[in-house]
Design a protein around this ligand. Structure first.
Ligand code: HEM
Ligand SMILES: *[C@@H]1O[C@H](CO)[C@@H](O)[C@H](O)[C@H]1NC(C)=O
Ligand SMILES: CC(=O)N[C@H]1CO[C@H](CO)[C@@H](O)[C@@H]1O
Ligand SMILES: CC(=O)N[C@H]1CO[C@H](CO)[C@@H](O)[C@@H]1O
Length: 556
């Protein structure tokens, strides 16, 4: 009896105390006292719970939801008790050029259970991985590499142009081709050739059935990373009790893709070991894997056990190489394929723009017209300096930002300054190309595709610098895209080869609207275009020429 009395006597005050403490911890602190309390909230609940932003992510509405918040509340907003979003270049510079570590969110990009450059969280580990390969992805290396040129020659002539030639003739010609799938294949062929060498690479352009199977697996895993990325603890706990928040078929697809890449890496490594130099052509050079092997040797020799990546990389060479390469194939395939898809869609809407582009392309010396049925790979510097070609690609990446979602980083200890706020360490902070590219101050009518906004002669030097700085399609700082120069180069080569000799026309563009996500693509996953070969201008006898002039312009 006495015990019970004491129990009741204490229970009530204890209950009050607990309530007060939780109010302090979960309401008063985050709402009023947290250093983040002064930052405008995207939603009233953001100070006490992350549910609001998690829901936007779960329902694939993240980019527009955050965009709306920035339009209402300015360039720095609070998304959750421990998370903020930024949308101005000053803050972007602080975070991304400032080398803030990545958020654990990126751990899901470990392949084979081993980290790679992209999935490395800490600058130290990342730096050691980047040192091994960044040189073969630099602009000067790519532009002057004889292997890149030889691989481009094979891909463009033996695969791309012959596929287009076939598709533009015969009874099926009016159906055109699905360029979303086709351009993903082109992107894949470029990266696999550079990674494994031509001989050890599959050709996605030519092996259509296998490509579709592969893309099917790739799509199956897409969109299922929500639980493992946003709620890793819940995800692990529930799989511990046998409840899989990520469907089993997603794991199966992942395993099959990993196996596929693992085999290609193993075959390349063994052919490097038993190399028969006689039969090696430039196109067969496995540039990236060779750089990785060399880099691992050097890291072991120079740093040995002191290396920050000793356990994960030097100790597990083959897995490290596979993890790195698999990431490149995933990072480079869809992004580049989607950019080319939207670019060809916009070009197909204007024969006039195609004519302007063709005129510019024909100024290359030598140009890429298919004399003798083949294109000549042009000088990289010259190709790179064509202003219209550059503008149409950059504008496409601006508007469709194929890797345009928020890129989460962590604020460093003890604190950092973002705009007028002092932010403590350990907070999640991100910017997105999607929203930076929609800032009307730099990009008026931001929702419209307009390549002329990049035209240099229309603006002063200052303005030109400003809008270029606002372009964030490849991110910025130490963790910016490794493959940006490679991607720009392959896209320029491809667009130049096609549009020098063909015109393109829309057959079916239903469902072309982009999805909203970390990486985006056409909702339908397809775009059907028809390509028509531009016939060589025949040396006509004078009379013929005069006649055809009077019969009016029947040309396309
Ligand atoms: C149009 C094509 C491409 C676009 C728009 C693009 C965009 C991006 C962006 C925005 C990031 C930063 C992501 C983040 O921090 O969350 C990134 C990183 C990366 N990209 Fe790309 N990318 C493209 C093509 C490629 C290609 C062809 C490769 C092939 C090697 C590649 C390899 C990588 C790698 C390895 C990283 C991680 C870099 C690091 O953490 O240091 N990307 N890319
Ligand atoms: C393109 O190059 C070919 C030779 O490869 C040349 O005959 C032709 O005149 C060039 N076209 C233009 C417009 O310069
Ligand atoms: C690329 C992307 O994610 N696009 C979506 C972002 O949100 C807008 C709405 O503001 C959608 O229209 C886009 O499809
Ligand atoms: C061989 C061939 O048909 N080449 C043509 C490619 O397209 C250009 C026009 O851009 C023609 O001039 C070439 O004759």
């Amino acid at each position: 009896m006495a015990l019970e009395v004491i129990y009741y006597d204490l229970a009530f005050p204890a209950f009050i105390l607990l309530t007060v403490l939780s109010l302090l911890r979960f309401a008063l602190y985050p709402v009023l006292l947290s250093p983040l309390a002064r930052i405008p909230k995207a939603h009233w609940s953001c100070a006490v719970s992350p549910i609001w932003i998690l829901w936007a992510r779960y329902t694939s509405r993240e980019n527009r939801t955050i965009g709306e918040a920035h339009r209402r509340y300015g360039p720095i907003v609070r998304l959750a008790p421990n998370e903020i979003s930024i949308n101005d270049m000053e803050s972007v510079k602080t975070v991304y050029q400032g080398g803030f570590d990545k958020h654990q969110w990126y751990s899901v990009f470990n392949n084979y259970g081993v980290p790679n450059m992209f999935s490395s969280i800490y600058a130290k580990h990342h730096g050691a991985r980047k040192r091994m390969i960044s040189h073969v992805y630099s602009k000067s290396y790519i532009h002057s590499s004889a292997s890149v040129a030889a691989q481009a020659d094979v891909i463009l002539n033996a695969r791309v142009l012959s596929a287009l030639e076939e598709a533009s003739h015969g009874r099926q010609a009016h159906q055109g081709i699905d360029v979303h799938s086709f351009f993903s294949a082109v992107a894949m062929d470029f990266i696999t050739a550079y990674s494994f060498g031509r001989r050890n690479s599959p050709s996605f352009i030519q092996q259509k059935a296998y490509r579709e199977h592969w893309l099917g697996l790739y799509r199956a895993r897409k969109g299922y990373s929500f639980f493992s990325q946003e709620l890793p603890l819940l995800s692990r706990l529930s799989s511990f009790i046998g409840l899989h928040l990520t469907p089993v078929r997603v794991d199966a697809a992942n395993r099959e893709l990993e196996e596929w890449c693992g085999k290609l890496c193993a075959a390349t490594l063994s052919s490097l070991e038993t190399r028969d130099d006689e039969s090696q052509t430039l196109a067969d050079d496995a540039v990236v894997i060779r750089a990785l092997l060399h880099g691992l040797d050097k890291e072991e020799r120079v740093r040995g056990k002191e290396s920050p990546i000793f356990n994960t990389a030097i100790f597990q060479r083959h897995l490290t190489i596979s993890s790195e390469i698999f990431d490149h194939l995933l990072a480079g395939q869809e992004t580049t394929g989607v950019t080319l898809t939207y670019l060809s869609w916009h070009l197909s809407q204007s024969q006039d723009l195609q004519r302007q582009l063709r005129a510019e392309l024909l100024s290359l010396t030598p140009n890429m017209s298919m004399g003798g049925g083949k294109v000549i790979i042009p000088n990289s510097g010259q190709l790179n300096r064509l202003p219209l070609l550059h503008a149409v690609i950059v504008e496409t990446i601006r508007l469709y930002a194929p890797a345009g979602g928020p890129e989460p980083r962590i604020t460093p200890d003890p604190s950092c300054r973002i705009g007028p706020y002092e932010i403590p360490g350990g907070m999640r902070i991100s910017a997105s190309a999607y929203n930076l590219h929609r800032d009307e101050k730099y990009f008026p009518h931001a929702g419209t595709w307009d390549h002329t906004r990049w035209r240099r002669d229309d603006m002063d030097e200052q303005r030109h610098k400003e809008i270029n700085r606002q372009f964030w399609g490849f991110s910025s700082g130490g963790r910016m895209c490794l493959g940006s120069n490679f991607a720009m180069h392959e896209m320029k080569l491809l667009v130049a080869a096609i549009y020098t000799n063909y015109t393109s026309h829309i057959v079916n563009d239903e469902g072309i609207e982009p999805t909203d996500g970390y990486t985006s693509h056409p909702t339908s996953g397809q775009l059907w275009l028809r390509f028509e070969r531009i016939q060589p201008v025949k040396q006509q006898p004078l009379l013929d020429a005069a006649l055809s002039e009077t019969s009016g312009d029947l040309g396309k």
